[in-house]
Design a protein around this ligand. Structure first.
Ligand SMILES: Nc1ncnc2c1ncn2[C@@H]1O[C@H](COP(=O)(O)OP(=O)(O)OP(=O)(O)O)[C@@H](O)[C@H]1O
Length: 250
C-alpha cells in the first residue's frame, strides 16, 4: 500500500488551559483530497500552522513523505514537498501575475540558479511559472498586475505560486473565502483538476465545495477529530450531525 505524503500523529497544542489540538492524528495519501472541516474556533488553522511549521506542537509528530520534520522550519518542509497557500493574500500587487509565480519558482530553484547562466535561469523560471499559470487557467492574465486580478483570480494565482514550488502536497487554507459564487465554482473545478496529481489538504467552510471535492473528510471539534471518512459516511454520521453539520448536510 502507498505511504501517506503527510502523516500527523498524537499532535497536541495548548494555549494556556485551552487544548486547541488534542491528540490529533490524520494522514493525506498521494493524489487524495482530504478536507478538514469544523466549526469556528475548532482548531483548524492552529493545526495547519503545526503542519506547515509556523507553530511548534507541544507533543506529537509531523511526517512529510516519510521524514520526521516535527521540529523543522517551514523551509525544510517546503524542500520535502509541502506547499501552502494562505488565507491572507501573499501576492505582490504591482508585479504581474507571471512575475509573482516566477518569484515563487525562484525560491525553489535557489541552488540550480548558481549553476546556470542568468539568462538561461530566467528562461527556465519563466517556463516553470508559465506552466503553473496554465495549470490554474491564468495564461491569458500573465501580464496583468496581480493587484488588478479579480478576487477569484488572486486565489488561483496563490495556488499557481504554490504549484511553482514543485510540491507533493498542497495545504489549502480556505481558498474559497470571500470569493463570489461563480468564481468559487471555477476554483472547485481547478481543485478537481489538481486531484490525483497532488495530495491536497483542504480547510474550507464552503460545505458544498467540500462535499463535492473530497475523497475523505475529517471533522475537528474542540481540537479533536470526531470523525474521518468518505463524504457519504461523514454526512450520515450522527456525532458529526449533532456537533456540526446539523441540517446543513441533509
Ligand atoms: N496564539 C493564540 N493564543 C491563544 N489562543 C489562540 C491562539 N491561536 C488560536 N487560539 C485559540 O484557539 C482556538 C482555535 O483557533 P483556530 O483559529 O485554530 O480555529 P479555526 O478552526 O481555524 O477557526 P476558524 O474556522 O474560525 O478559522 C480558538 O479558541 C482561538 O481563540
Amino acid at each position: 500500500m502507498a505511504e501517506p505524503i503527510v502523516r500527523i500523529d498524537g499532535l497536541r497544542k495548548s494555549f494556556g488551559a485551552l487544548a486547541v489540538t488534542n491528540d490529533v492524528a490524520l494522514d493525506v495519501m498521494p493524489g487524495e483530497l482530504h478536507a478538514l472541516i469544523g466549526p469556528n474556533g475548532a482548531g483548524k488553522t492552529t493545526l495547519i500552522h503545526q503542519i506547515a511549521g509556523t507553530l511548534r506542537p507541544d507533543a506529537g509528530r509531523v511526517l512529510i513523505d516519510g521524514a520526521d520534520l516535527t521540529g523543522a522550519p517551514p523551509a525544510a518542509r517546503a524542500r520535502a514537498g509541502l506547499a501552502r497557500t494562505f488565507q491572507i493574500t501573499s501576492i505582490i500587487p504591482s508585479l504581474d501575475a507571471l512575475g509573482n509565480v516566477a518569484l515563487a519558482a525562484q525560491a525553489r530553484a535557489k541552488r540550480p540558479l548558481r549553476l546556470f547562466g542568468r539568462v538561461a535561469a530566467d528562461e527556465a523560471l519563466n517556463g516553470e511559472a508559465r506552466a503553473a499559470l496554465a495549470a490554474v487557467g491564468l495564461s491569458t492574465r500573465a501580464a496583468v498586475p496581480a493587484g488588478r486580478l479579480s478576487h477569484g483570480e488572486k486565489r488561483a494565482l496563490e495556488i499557481a505560486m504554490a504549484l511553482a514550488m514543485g510540491p507533493k502536497v498542497l495545504l489549502l487554507d480556505e481558498p474559497m473565502a470571500g470569493v463570489g459564487r461563480e468564481e468559487s465554482g471555477r476554483i472547485v473545478e481547478l481543485l478537481r483538476s489538481l486531484k490525483g496529481r497532488y495530495a491536497l489538504l483542504l480547510v474550507e467552510h464552503d460545505m458544498e465545495a467540500v462535499f463535492s471535492l473530497a475523497d475523505r473528510i475529517s471533522v475537528l471539534v474542540y481540537g479533536e477529530v470526531i470523525a474521518s471518512g468518505t463524504p457519504q459516511a461523514i454526512r450520515s454520521d450522527p456525532a458529526v450531525r449533532a456537533a456540526y453539520l446539523g441540517d446543513e448536510a441533509a
